[in-house]
Write a protein that binds this ligand. Sequence first.
Ligand code: ADP
Length: 190
Amino acid sequence: MRGSSPPQNPRRPLVREFGGGRVVLVQADITTLDVDAIVNAANSSLAGGGGVDGAIHRAGGPEIMRELNERYSGCPTGSAVITGGGRLPAKAVIHAVGPRWRDGEHSEPDLLASAYRRAFALAREQGHATVAAPSISTGIYGFPIERGAPIALGVARDALLEPVTTITEITFALFSPGDVQLFADALAEL
Ligand code: ADP
């Protein structure tokens, strides 16, 4: 009908295409997503924890922690490591370590971008096509999400625009309707 707009449905995926791929925003529990790889918001000891990290280890089972312990002894902030997906629908989990927010003057934005960049690089190196990520650092680590969203989306766009990449879709799995809205605003402004 003229003059009317569709009702806002926060569960509707929001999509933007970049090169041959696309960024998708959904409100979802990342552990349920049937994608090639999911990104975990891990800590540098890779010891598991609360938030999305705890949810991924609970849903994926002990195999993921076993592999972390066997293959890695921690991971620096701004970097990432990869394991299998255990019992998750995803084939792989990329454990990315974002920064703890202090005051914004301790390279937090650069470290957040670096964590996403390394995560998407690992996905590409493993030949994955579909990747899902949470909003790293914006929970327990306190990074303001209105500053984190454009960083996350900018790195995702750049990963899709790489001249050679296997990645065709990067989904941000956001936990609340408010987070989806903030990411949607940032996606529109990219
Ligand atoms: P960090 O320590 O990096 O801040 P958190 O896990 O505390 O990591 O939070 C990162 C984001 O993940 C927050 O926005 C939080 O609401 C969200 N989150 C928590 N559990 C899940 C989940 N199962 N799926 C997707 N996002 C989640």
